[in-house]
Design a protein around this ligand. Structure first.
Ligand code: NAD
Length: 495
């Protein structure tokens, strides 16, 4: 009993460290109308905190601050780099706080939350290193009449909109390159998980980021923030991570103001297992690619496309690992599968399983919502799933693994490409020539070769087709926040 009290006291102390206001210019403040919204724990359905809810007027004030501080780009690159480096160190020092906050508001198991802190912090370190490598060019024109100089300049004030599934990493993946490029910004975190972003913003200030560079406007109404900002000519860029449906709406609005856009949208990742694959290795990869974050990742394996000669072995071994998963509150020791983010998601999983079964699929393990507090769903494997089932056609975003079979290599590629999405894909085979053929044929921005988890701050992350535009991370990540300026200089020897 006493232990429980201590745990709750520790949680209260942690939540008390999180600013509850809007970060606009040089202060944390209430919303202009005094509106607030509540944040809940998806494992217990208990209220965690009450946060100020920004209005359109607050959003415009945040843009006023971002616009007023555009001169931030004149801060020497080394200084900007060092702020990012200090932020990396501070996030790392505060890893336990960040991890617990994410588990509390989003549900992922604490060990996975620690993994996200490491991954998220790496964007701060990586872009601190990239800040000082903002190279240009100096060449002669082919005719010898002019010299060409190019430089990279910040695009200007940016709107950064992040989803709930990776509350820290999706923020650092945008904020760090924007700082590196010399942009100012307005961050709008997801309504369901704003606490991590609020604490991260305070951490950036603690690392020495000048006021007004980063403004944060959590809100119960996302469009109240995005609509006025996307229409304001002072805004120059929107970077969005979230669903394809919302991304398309934002692209439409951005077109009226000719904004630079980066869109990290949904996925429908194929996970192909060839007959020569190491099946144990493929099963381990499948666990990471499918079950990390309870399947709520844009990179989550959505369709297991397995050669018919190894399908039975793969299915049995995969199902056995799934049976060993421990479902529960992510704060509890040994839990490997937390709750889904909300009730609606839990209901959708039940609908998807019922639809697959109606199409002739067989439930190998799991398949049901778990009664009681929290939005838990059993980790599930489905066999014999036909292409018409919704689990194959749509992004699942939950712990369901549907398995289909193929008999010919090129049939596997056709099945894999049979989707409007093009983010992650995975291929398991020992044949390196087949690995290369797979990369040639797969229409996806990311390909994992015998690897189920491939995200890295140093790698260019992003999709094709309806999965999005642009890349985050790597050297490409900073390009999204700069434009090239060309200066033509008369050649001193030209007549
Ligand atoms: P979502 O599109 O519902 O929300 C994402 C963000 O957009 C949130 O901050 C939300 O408040 C905001 N938003 C919602 N409606 C809006 C509107 N009309 N105008 C402006 N902003 C609006 O997505 P989600 O449910 O938070 O996240 C899940 C989705 O994100 C999945 O489709 C997943 O694949 C995708 N995702 C993609 C990546 C990637 O890098 N490609 C990474 C993580 C998640």
């Amino acid at each position: 009993m006493e232990k429980r009290t201590n745990v709750n006291t520790a949680i209260t102390e942690l939540i008390n460290k999180v600013p509850t206001g809007l970060l606009i210019g040089d202060q944390w403040k209430e919303s202009s109308t005094g509106e607030t919204f509540d944040v809940f724990n998806p494992a217990t359905e208990e209220k965690l905190a009450t946060i100020a809810s920004a209005t359109s007027q607050d959003a415009t004030e945040a843009l006023d601050a971002a616009y007023k501080n555009k001169g931030w780009v004149e801060t020497p690159a080394r200084e900007r780099a060092e702020i990012l480096r200090r932020a990396y160190e501070l996030v790392t020092e505060r890893a336990e706080d960040f991890a617990q906050l994410m588990t509390l508001e989003m549900g992922k198991p604490l060990a996975e939350a620690h993994g996200e802190v490491k991954y998220g912090a790496e964007f701060l370190r990586w872009f601190s290193e990239e800040t000082v490598r903002n190279y240009g060019r100096y060449v002669n024109t082919p005719e010898g009449t002019n010299r060409i100089l190019t430089s990279r300049k910040p695009v200007g004030p940016c709107l950064l909109i992040t989803p709930w599934n990776f509350p820290l990493a999706m923020a650092t993946r945008k904020v760090a390159p924007a700082i590196a490029a010399g942009c100012t910004m307005i961050l709008k975190p997801a309504r369901l998980t704003p606490l991590t972003a609020q604490y991260f913003a305070q951490t950036m200030l603690d690392a020495g980021l000048p006021h007004g560079v980063l403004n944060v406007v959590p809100s119960a109404s996302a469009s109240a923030i995005s609509a006025p900002l996307l229409a304001d000519s002072r805004l120059r860029k929107v970077s969005f991570t979230g669903s394809t449906e919302v991304g398309k709406k934002l692209l439409e609005q951005a077109s009226a103001n000719v904004l630079r856009t980066s869109m990290e949208l949904g996925g429908n990742a194929p996970f192909i297992v060839f007959d020569d694959a190491d099946i144990d290795d493929a099963v381990n990869g499948a666990m990471g690619a499918k079950m990390r974050n309870m399947g709520q990742a844009c990179t989550a394996a959505n369709r297991f496309i397995v050669h018919e000669s190894v399908a039975e072995e793969f299915t049995e071994k995969f199902a056995e690992k799934i049976r060993q998963m421990k479902v529960g509150n992510g704060m509890d020791e040994g839990v490997t599968c937390g709750p889904l983010i909300e009730k609606k998601a839990q209901e959708q999983m039940s609908e998807k399983v019922a639809d697959a079964v109606a199409h002739g699929a067989r439930i190998v393990v799991g398949g049901h919502a778990i009664d009681g507090a929290g939005y838990f769903f059993e980790p599930t494997v489905l066999a014999n799933v036909p292409a018409e089932a919704s689990v194959i056609r749509e992004e699942i975003f939950g712990p369901i693994a549907p398995i289909m079979t193929f008999s010919d290599e090129y049939e596997a590629y056709r099945m894999a490409n049979n989707t409007e999405y093009g983010l992650a894909s995975y291929v398991y085979t020992k044949d390196y020539q087949r690995q290369l053929r797979a990369a040639d044929h797969l229409e996806f921005g990311l390909v994992g070769w015998n690897a189920g988890v491939i995200s890295n701050a140093a790698a260019p992350f992003g999709g094709v087709k309806h999965s999005g535009l642009g890349r985050e991370g790597a050297a490409e990540g900073i390009d999204e926040y700069t434009y090239t300026q060309y200066i033509g200089v008369k050649d001193p020897y030209a007549l």
